[in-house]
Design a protein around this ligand. Structure first.
Ligand SMILES: Nc1ncnc2c1ncn2[C@@H]1O[C@H](COP(=O)(O)OP(=O)(O)O)[C@@H](O)[C@H]1O
Ligand SMILES: N[C@@H](CCC(=O)OP(=O)(O)O)C(=O)O
Length: 372
């Protein structure tokens, strides 16, 4: 069967525990199974980008550690060994199926710079259009804790938005999202379809299930929220189940499907970048009773602002807070902090809004991991 018009480009995220053994080495058997599944999708005409964890888990044994290291330099050193080994294995296995692998290593700083973000998109698009399988991971060896994506679940959702994926498939060591952490509640049941991430779902999502997983269900839910806000349906299922990828794109797999019914608020690229990747440089506080909705259109006017915090330039992204200090949005400003501080209502010389509608993201659920 060839892909329908709707699901053609897929981003697959696979976690460390689904690629490595518990002794800090690649599991050739697990990797072979995954690559066979990826090749099945490629054979059917799908474009596939893989977000693969596992660099630290695949490398720590060869670094001389008996268990996954906890110190940052050791994790980075392990990743520098494991990433090479993973790519070697991916390249060889994909080639034996007739496909070429490429490596993309990124840091959060790459994504917070709009030019580099757009450049990453152009590169990924060329690779995907030419039938290559890009394999993405965080560039662990050079990132520092403060500036890490931290987990590949949210990275995969951001990458899915970057390349306009039709679907995000997250493969883990569990067959989907349960209504409670199954390790703690034996009666937990699998949720097959989720249209909205409710506070109950957030509360059910717990920590990692293995010693090599990092984000647990919490970070998978964060990832799904980013995908849903970007208009991309997501699936969460168990790695290693035969034909899981093909069945997932055909909506026949066992697992959890996440698809928002409300597509009105889907964010375009620019807004995705503002919401999930930009680094806000300051804050503006709205006057009491002021809002960013003006006559049905959302934009920020100078007269709505009562306070400016921090220093920023024209073109920077800032957080927008209401009078009580609640975060209500993010936007690219047309004036510097200095100009805004000098704004005088009586002699308004500002020719533009402070933030135009196209540059404003607001009223996202407060729980969506917006901005940095
Ligand atoms: N509500 C939940 N539903 C399913 N799994 C959950 C839930 N809460 C916590 N978990 C745990 O999350 C684990 C998956 O996350 P993680 O260990 O980070 O995997 P990966 O390495 O695949 O990213 C599961 O093995 C499970 O133990
Ligand atoms: N970048 C890290 C993986 C980070 C991560 O999110 O791991 P996981 O929870 O197994 O998906 C690595 O390759 O080891």
């Amino acid at each position: 069967m060839t892909p329908d018009n709707k699901t053609k480009r897929v981003v697959i995220k696979i976690g460390s525990s689904s690629l490595t053994s518990s002794h800090g080495e690649i599991s050739r058997r697990k990797l072979e199974r995954l690559v066979d599944e990826v090749a099945q999708l490629k054979d059917q005409g799908y474009e596939v980008l893989l977000v693969s964890s596992g660099a630290v888990a695949a490398g720590y044994r060869k670094l001389g550690c008996l268990n996954r290291p906890t110190s940052l330099p050791e994790k980075q050193a392990a990743a520098s060994i494991g990433q090479g080994l993973l790519m070697e294995a991916y390249s060889e296995l994909l080639l034996s199926n007739g496909y070429v692998a490429s490596q993309i290593l990124i840091t959060r700083e790459d994504f917070s710079d709009e030019n580099r973000y757009n450049n990453a998109r152009n590169t990924a698009n060329v690779l995907l259009e030419r039938g290559i399988v890009p394999i993405v991971n965080e560039n662990d060896t050079v990132t520092v804790n403060r500036l890490k994506f931290g987990d590949n679940d949210t990275l995969s959702a951001k990458v899915a938005g970057l390349v306009d994926a039709d679907m995000l498939l997250i493969l883990s060591d569990i067959d989907g999202l349960y209504d409670a952490d199954p390790r703690k509640d034996p009666d937990a049941t699998l949720l097959r379809k989720v249209e909205e991430i409710t506070p109950e779902i957030e509360a059910a999502a717990g920590d990692p299930g293995s010693s090599v997983g990092t984000g647990g269900m919490k970070s998978k839910i964060d990832a799904v929220k980013i995908a849903m806000a970007s208009g991309i349906p997501a699936f969460l299922g168990k790695a290693g189940v035969p034909n899981i990828l093909l069945q997932a794109v055909e909506k026949e797999a066992t697992g959890t499907y996440f698809e928002s019914k409300d597509t009105a608020g889907n964010l375009n690229h620019k807004k995705q970048w503002i919401a999930f990747n930009s680094g806000p440089e300051g804050e503006v506080v709205l006057a009491e009773g002021a809002d960013v909705s003006m006559l049905g259109k959302k934009r920020l006017l100078p007269s709505s602002i009562c306070k400016v915090k921090g220093y920023f330039q024209e073109g920077s992204v800032v957080r927008i807070l209401d009078f009580e200090g609640n975060r209500i949005g993010l936007g690219v400003v047309n004036y510097s902090s200095e100009q805004l501080r000098e704004y005088d209502q009586t002699q308004d010389k500002f020719t533009e809004e402070v933030v135009k509608n196209d540059d404003l993201v607001c009223h996202l659920e407060s729980s969506i991991p917006v901005g940095i």
